[in-house]
Design a protein around this ligand. Structure first.
Ligand code: GRG
Length: 296
């Protein structure tokens, strides 16, 4: 399979669904609706929705019921980026090659864009479950798990420890906590959402989870490496910011070469967990290889 064509096609499908599900620019209040569309639709690789769809397919899922769940995961991701860029957090001017939401629409609107997107994610999942006749127990189970992945025991918890660790010497277990929560939680949750919606067997769900944990860690290690050696034009955001903020990172602890080697090793371990899916997991394996070698 050609992973570039696969990712392009999936991204196109996700982008069309996102554009359809978001409020229109002229909806009221226009300042908010414009800013919401800007924060979600201007760029982004759509990795989390694509992972959810690939896990759905690998677990034997059929039809379009995955789309609203996939979009909801991207809404949560987009909210986290908008809030992460705020002056109270990373104070970034550039995201996805464009001025950050608070730079264009002001800080108050940016905070509210995040609030609206997070709320909308849960509405979109519940509405999608109703529209597609998803079994109530399955839908509630997924929504419960997404809540855990996004909240204090997931994404938000990781972000807080990350912020509190700035400028301090951080040991490897703390760094692993930050990465597995700030980055890993939503990646694992996305994969498990697809698998659970498709009715994956317990051993399949376990395998997808183990793969996701490895993928999430490797994804963050590469993100850290790109912050040191990446090209800001390609990445669409500033580089060198982690060192400037004295952030705990893998390249900081291990160096960039060793970090890349470690990421590749971790990706190999992740792929090995997918053996029981045989050919159905080909896209998941290729996505992992692609993410390990990414330069943007
Ligand atoms: C504000 C609760 C809260 C959390 C913020 C997203 C985040 C947590 C911080 C951003 C900084 C960072 C390096 C996070 C790790 C996750 C990550 C690599 C985000 C970027 O994800 P990509 O590469 O971005 O999938 P695109 O733009 O392609 O969607």
């Amino acid at each position: 399979m050609d992973i570039h064509i696969y990712l392009q096609e999936r991204k196109k499908r996700v982008d069309a669904a996102l554009a359809r599900m978001l409020p229109r620019e002229m909806d009221y209040p226009p300042s908010l609706c414009k800013a919401i569309r800007y924060s979600v639709l201007e760029g982004g690789k759509r990795i989390r929705p694509i992972l959810a769809m690939a896990a759905f397919d690998a677990s034997g899922g059929r039809g379009d019921s995955i789309l609203p769940f996939a979009c909801a995961l991207e809404f949560i991701h987009a909210y986290s980026l908008v809030h992460d860029d705020l002056p109270a957090m990373d104070n970034d001017d550039l995201r996805r090659g464009k001025p950050t939401v608070h730079r264009v629409f002001g800080e108050a609107v940016a905070i509210l864009v995040g609030d609206a997107l997070l709320t909308e994610a849960f509405r979109t999942m519940s509405q999608g479950a109703l529209d597609h006749g998803v079994d109530a127990e399955v839908a509630i189970g997924i929504i419960n798990e997404v809540s855990l992945g996004a909240g204090f025991s997931g994404l938000v918890g990781g972000q807080v420890v990350d912020i509190e660790s700035e400028g301090r010497d951080v040991d490897l277990p703390t760094l692993e906590y930050i990465h597995s929560h700030k980055t890993g939680a939503l990646i694992v949750t996305s994969l498990r959402t697809g698998a659970r919606l498709a009715g994956a067997a317990p051993e399949e769900l376990r395998a997808i989870t183990l793969y996701g944990e490895k993928l999430g860690l490797a994804f963050q290690i590469i993100d850290d490496v790109l912050n040191v050696v990446g090209d800001s034009e390609r990445l669409g955001k500033k580089v060198g910011t982690d060192a400037a903020r004295k952030k705990a990172t893998y390249p900081g602890l291990l160096g960039t070469e060793e970090s890349r080697r470690l990421a590749n090793e971790i990706i190999g371990e992740g792929i090995a967990h997918l053996a029981l899916f045989q050919d159905r997991a080909e896209p998941l394996k290729e996505i992992a290889r692609y993410l390990a070698s990414r330069i943007s």
